[in-house]
Ligand binder design. Structure first.
Ligand code: SF4
Ligand code: SF4
Length: 130
């Protein structure tokens, strides 16, 4: 199985932020501001897509170190503050222990899940797809 890349293309397709498993988690709520700040800066990079299409598929770590990333003031979000891409090895299982694993995972409806043929779900509680 191909490893899920931590890039803006996959980030923007991830359905985790609208998943009921993440809802009502006091642990995630305490990180709300950091998470929103990260989304805002990733949104800024997305807005620059016509001028910087290379930023879309580039691994976030490379993007941060690149001239484009520096021009756009991009800083890779810390995995602990992410609520997306738990399927990628770079993020993996959430360290929040209060996610509602009995609710329905949205991964099977996600384009990343389909593209990488992930086949399972609940990566936020079980760990990455790798
Ligand atoms: S990995 Fe699945 S269960 Fe976990 S937040 Fe994402 S969509 Fe929901
Ligand atoms: S497969 Fe699940 S964890 Fe991975 S990007 Fe899609 S919704 Fe997010």
């Amino acid at each position: 199985m191909k490893e899920v890349e931590l890039n803006i293309s996959n980030y923007s397709k991830c359905l985790c932020p609208v998943c009921p498993v993440e809802a009502d988690s006091p642990c995630l709520y305490t990180r709300q501001k950091t998470w929103r700040d990260a989304r805002r800066q990733l949104g800024k990079v997305l807005k620059q897509y016509p001028e910087h299409p290379e930023a879309y598929e580039m691994p976030m770590q490379e993007l941060e170190a690149s001239d484009t990333g520096k021009d756009l003031h991009f800083a890779k979000p810390a995995p602990a503050n992410m609520r997306e891409l738990f399927c990628s090895e770079a993020v993996g299982r959430s360290d929040c222990q209060d996610l509602s694993g009995e609710r329905t995972c949205q991964c099977p409806d996600c384009m990343v899940w389909e593209g990488y043929r992930l086949g399972s779900g609940y990566f936020c509680v079980r760990g990455s797809a790798a």
